[in-house]
Design a binder for this molecule. Structure first.
Ligand code: IPE
Ligand code: MG
Length: 221
């Protein structure tokens, strides 16, 4: 969900107004995904690198994510959406925010219509590091470590690898997103800044995906 700061800057507004405007984009995209029968969407809400931002912006983003969750979780629950989080639940995340995350997970854990996974305090390398730590904690012998063993220790092993990754705001980077999971994902780049993103842009990305020819390293079928 990139481009909030630039969206605000273009309007002479503080960066935080861009984050606030991103809420509508997230809600429309999530409901658009739901309407299209998409089973899972994962959104990059806060990265392990975002702590480097000015303290005021970090504080804003923590409070904003918390309030968004509180305001939206009941309606998402009513729609049968399961809310999950991928990321480190470490000391840097305020306890109140963690509590809210756990409540949303608990409330929605039996929902089956769609999973909305929020990558929060998430880093792709951190996720792999955490999986390796888990392997060691589990006492797995070196010759028993394979891709399955690592996969099983990612934050959400039950969530399938994404078919499509959409990067907004005209950036052409992965930025530490779902590194393990996107090995064979189709990448779609768009210049749209996140606050302007709507379900139509999601559908356009799905159409672009449908034109792609996925070979997974094999030959054309
Ligand atoms: C993405 O928008 C939101 C978060 C990282 C939380 P940015 O804040 O990165 O917006 P730009 O890239 O500065 O425009
Ligand atoms: Mg950015």
């Amino acid at each position: 969900m990139d481009g909030n700061g630039r969206w605000a800057q273009q309007r002479g507004l503080p960066r935080t107004d861009g984050h606030a405007a991103g809420e509508e984009a997230l809600v429309d995209t999530a409901y658009g995904a739901l309407a299209a029968g998409i089973e899972t969407i994962t959104v990059y809400a806060f990265s392990t690198e975002n702590w480097r931002r000015p303290v005021d912006e970090v504080r804003y983003l923590m409070g904003f994510n918390e309030s968004l969750l509180k305001r939206r979780r009941d309606e998402l629950h009513a729609e049968g959406v399961r809310i999950t989080f991928s990321g480190r639940r470490d000391w840097r995340v305020p306890r109140r925010v963690l509590k809210n995350m756990e409540e949303a997970e608990e409330l929605t854990k039996r929902n089956k219509v769609m999973t909305l996974n929020m990558a929060f305090n998430y880093g792709g390398r951190a996720e792999i590091v955490d999986a390796v730590r888990q392997l060691v904690d589990d006492g797995v012998r070196a010759d028993k470590i394979d891709e399955r063993a690592i996969r099983a220790r990612l934050y959400h092993p039950e969530i399938p690898d994404p078919d499509v990754v959409i990067r907004t705001s005209g950036e052409y980077r992965i930025s530490n997103y779902l590194l393990w999971e996107i090995a064979y994902s189709e990448l779609v780049f768009t210049d749209v800044l996140w606050p302007d993103f709507r379900r139509e842009h999601l559908y356009a990305a799905v159409e672009e995906y449908q034109q792609r020819n996925r070979r997974y390293g094999g030959l054309e079928q």
